[in-house]
Ligand binder design. Structure first.
Ligand code: AGP
Length: 613
């Protein structure tokens, strides 16, 4: 996700910006840029060199004016438009005097851009963010000061943003605002700062303040004043920050894994933002595949590894149910060695967080060689997989540092289910009202995940009681089965305990022989249609001495009869349950691993990205 920094009143403005951008590197980025403001002049430099972008930017700034007291800087994690310098922030208006940086997604950017172009504005990039620079330009031309111009611009756009704007005609002012995407303000005598995260300005600012949703801040050397979107004054809440740099990079969390688990609501919102046109059609800006080709699809094959494979398994149920297409799911490392059949109309979807997993890339290559159209689902813009595929859908989870995938899973499921709904629209296999209800339901999952995260204490207690157990079976039916597989994977990679995921109905065909006192059975029981069957499977394992942990919905009052421990989650549409249910299983694995003293960010023997077969 993008990083933001700004400073006004400094004598070493460029140093503040570049140091801040370096400190934001842990957020991940593919390009970077700064704008420095002097009376009458906005000076800008940008660089797109992957993880070397800030270093390249430093070189590009060799001729920067030394007397600028105001500046803004940005590290970009591409969502709209390739990671190229032309799409890097800051974006300028037509006059070159207004500069804007933005983190988030402007959902109605296409319509706003069309209107601005019709009024004569010239766009230099393909980003959603650039509309903000031109909107501010129009309001400034109409006589508004920078603060009111930003407020007026935000009234036009929908979506998520942390935004900062400068104008050469108000050279000692930055105006910043927030909705959803993070933003803080810092002060020191004679200098004001803004940033997406504390580390960017740690050691510089002495006092920190939180900017909340729909708040706008005007920063000057003397301090700041804040207003709401209507312009009424408000007070910002002061933050108690006594972090060192390492803690700050983890956002105050003990490790990246807990930070990434906590980021899941935001990651889901970002993945689902900007995905529906005014006429109700689900849309993927980045897809590069037209509707006629999707209508012609006769069969879907998903290929992926590890957690991404589990997300693909969930997608099978959604695509078959909603789009009535036959779906196969393959482990990527198996696909190319089994002489796969690719018929006319086969769509292959290759799912990979990193887009660099060699097994998945090779499977996608093999599918294309045999004539399939390949869609990549990746978290990294312009990853190898995204470049090689015919089309791509980006999950917008932000950088995932921890080896164990968490936010990648929920965003992959969300993106794939969105694609399932698009296929259903094109194939007319669901009434429009059902698609609408499912789309809105999918968007509500972020709140259900947030509600589940708020129950962490209950999970921690169960983990503490069971931390000594050595054998775990994770059971589920329907999409509860891939959820069980993913829960087992999280437990085994984080705790090094033996954990197996099984379809609950398969238990009697062999694994039941392993059930005895001391074994823990974790069961996903959240699908009402299969609830009774799950409970009878649990009665069978309980009768053989297993300790039973059930993941159950809030309204389930029968599960306690067969479960020793119940982890409660909010009820949701059955096909959405994996995104909610997995959260308690992630927390369970995380807490158990912490109790066992494991390194939760870097489990032994594992790499974040597997680039060898
Ligand atoms: C899961 O926690 C692991 N990190 C691993 O299974 C991972 O999902 C797998 O290696 C695939 O990675 P990818 O999504 O980047 O292709």
């Amino acid at each position: 996700m993008c990083g933001i920094i700004g400073v006004v009143g400094a004598s070493d403005t460029l140093d503040v910006l570049l140091e801040g951008l370096e400190r934001l590197e842990y957020r991940g980025y593919d390009s970077a840029g700064v704008a420095l403001v002097r009376p009458g002049e906005t000076w800008r430099r940008r660089a797109a060199a992957g993880v070397e972008s800030v270093a390249a930017l430093r070189v590009a700034c060799a001729d920067a004016p030394g007397d600028a007291r105001t500046g803004i800087g940005h590290t970009r994690w591409a969502t709209h438009g390739a990671p190229e310098a032309v799409n890097a922030h800051p974006h300028l208006d037509c006059t070159g005097r207004v500069a804007v940086i933005h983190n988030g997604i402007i959902e109605n950017h296409a319509a706003v851009r069309e209107e601005l172009e019709a009024r004569g504005h010239h766009f230099a990039s393909v980003t959603d963010s650039e509309v903000l620079a031109h909107l501010v330009e129009e309001s400034r031309a109409a006589g508004l000061d920078l603060l009111d111009a930003v407020r007026a611009s935000l009234a036009v756009v929908h979506g998520a943003f942390a935004v900062a704007a400068v104008d050469a005609d108000e050279p000692e002012v930055i105006v910043a605002a927030r909705r959803v995407s993070p933003l803080i303000v810092g002060t020191a005598p004679g200098v004001s700062y803004l940033a997406s995260d504390v580390p960017a300005i740690l050691g510089r600012a002495t006092t920190f303040y939180a900017v909340n949703d729909d708040e706008v801040v005007r920063l000057g050397p003397e301090g700041f004043r804040a207003v709401d979107l209507e312009g009424s004054p408000i007070r910002l809440r002061q933050l108690a920050i006594d972090w060192d740099l390492e803690t700050a990079e983890k956002g105050g969390h003990d490790d990246f894994l807990s930070k990434e688990i906590a980021e899941q609501p935001e990651a889901l919102r970002a993945t689902l933002a900007d995905r529906r046109r005014r006429d109700g059609a689900i849309t993927f800006d980045e897809l590069r595949i037209d509707d006629d080709e999707l209508v012609a699809v006769r069969r879907v094959v998903l290929v992926a590894a590890g957690t991404s494979h589990h997300a693909a398994l969930v997608a099978k149920y959604a695509i078959e149910r909603w789009a009535r297409l036959s779906v196969e799911v393959d482990i990527a490392s198996e696909y190319r060695y089994r002489d796969p059949i690719v018929e006319i109309g086969t769509l292959v979807i290759a799912v990979s967080q990193s887009g660099e997993t060699i097994d998945t890339i090779q499977a996608a290559r093999e599918a294309r060689r045999r004539g399939a159209r390949v869609v990549a689902v990746s978290n990294i813009v312009d990853s190898s997989l995204a470049r090689e595929a015919d089309a791509v859908i980006y999950t917008r989870a932000g950088l995932e540092v921890s080896v164990a995938s968490t936010k990648a899973f929920v965003t992959q499921v969300a993106a794939l289910e969105l694609l399932a709904l698009r296929l259903a629209q094109l194939r007319a296999t669901l009434p429009a009202s059902d698609v609408e209800a499912l789309f809105l339901g999918l968007r509500a999952v972020a709140d259900q995940v947030a509600a589940t995260l708020a129950r962490h204490d209950a999970v921690r207690d169960v983990a503490a009681t069971l931390a000594g157990a050595r054998d775990f079976f994770f059971l589920g039916r329907h999409v509860g089965f891939p959820t069980a597989l993913e829960g087992a994977l999280k437990l085994k990679e984080l705790t090094y305990r033996h954990a197996e995921g099984y379809p609950a109905g398969e238990l009697k065909h062999g694994p039941l022989a392993l059930i005895e006192p001391g074994v823990v059975v974790v069961a996903v029981t959240t699908d009402p249609a299969l609830h009774a069957k799950m409970l009878s499977n649990l009665a069978e394992v309980k009768a053989r001495g297993a300790t039973v942990v059930a993941v159950a919905t809030d309204d389930d009052d029968s599960v306690e009869a067969v479960a020793d421990f119940v982890l409660r989650v909010p009820a949701t549409e059955p096909l959405f349950t994996p995104m909610v249910d997995i959260v308690v299983l992630q927390l369970f694995a995380y807490d158990t691993a912490r109790l066992l003293g494991r390194n939760v960010d870097r489990p032994r023997n594992l790499a974040k990205t597997v680039t060898v077969e």
